[in-house]
Design a protein around this ligand. Structure first.
Ligand SMILES: O=C[C@H](O)[C@H](O)[C@H](O)COP(=O)(O)O
Length: 262
């Protein structure tokens, strides 16, 4: 891949590039999934190859694991790492409390386990992901295939009593067949519009038999690195607010993709 990037990809790139600076020698780092996290993995791969950065990465999906190995990152499992210094991942939405919706790519289960097993979680996102209220992005929940339609009905019934606008749960498809996660489960996308009480919703949904996990990340994210299409990047901390703003130059994509053969 070479050539000019779209503003949205530049925003994702600068957020990822800035967040890569938080990775230090010797760390065990959770590696997120999605298009923004893929930039992070490429940036870290470049730092391994060019600067001799030494760290071990715990991927949150098979596709992140493949990319990490491809760019030269040492990959270990969560059980090998046991606990992580840092996880860096993308998000579909974040609010002012740094609560998140994740799982647009279907990787929410491993992502939540890995982020929760980390001293710190940093989210990397383009500025369009910031929202006043979570919920415009459909909330993914991972459900086991057995009896998924019964689970779907129970979820919709539960939503009636919750502080949400919509209550439709649709099965995510992959073409003509249901989408299957890395754990062999399905995803229901909840079309809620606006979530009034994300903390309560996250707890209630996880009580429904058949639900494995939901894509609400409450009190997990510590910092968000927000990228803009003009190269600006802001680091916002859950306690300290905005801690830095910079502008990053977009470096040659040829270099980032040098060893990837595309
Ligand atoms: O399951 C996917 C993950 O939660 C992603 O981190 C999330 O969907 C954001 O992806 P992207 O960076 O491609 O917008």
């Amino acid at each position: 891949m070479t050539g000019e990037l779209s503003p949205i990809d530049k925003a994702k790139f600068v957020a990822a590039k800035r967040a890569a600076d938080f990775v230090e020698n010797g760390m065990r780092v959770g590696l997120g999934t999605g298009s923004t996290a893929a930039w992070l993995v490429r940036c870290l791969g470049e730092m391994v190859r060019e600067d001799g950065l030494q760290f071990r990465g715990v991927p949150t999906s098979t596709r992140t694991a493949e990319l990490a190995r491809e760019v030269g990152i040492e990959v270990i499992s969560l059980d090998e790492a046991k606990w992580l210094d840092l996880t860096i991942d993308g998000a579909d939405e974040f609010d002012s409390d740094l609560n998140l919706i994740k799982g647009g790519g279907g990787a929410l289960l491993q992502e939540k386990i890995v982020a929760t097993a980390s001293d710190q979680m940093i989210v990397i996102a383009d500025a369009a992901k910031e929202v006043e209220n979570l919920g415009a992005f459909p909330l993914p929940i991972e459900v086991i295939p057995f009896g998924w339609q019964t689970t779907q009905a129970l979820v919709e019934e539960t939503l009636v009593s919750m502080d949400v606008m919509g209550r439709k749960a649709t099965l995510r498809m992959n073409g003509q067949v249901p989408f299957v996660t890395d754990e062999g489960n399905h995803i229901l996308d909840l079309h809620l519009g606006r979530i009034g009480n994300p903390r309560q919703l996250a707890l209630v949904i996880n009580q429904i038999p058949g639900v494995v996990e939901n894509g609400l990340f409450i009190d997990i994210c510590d910092q968000v690195v927000i990228g803009f299409g003009d190269g600006r990047v802001e680091v916002r901390d859950i306690n300290a607010g905005t801690v830095s703003t910079d502008r990053l130059e977009f470096v040659e994509t040829d270099n980032l993709f040098a060893d990837l053969g595309d």
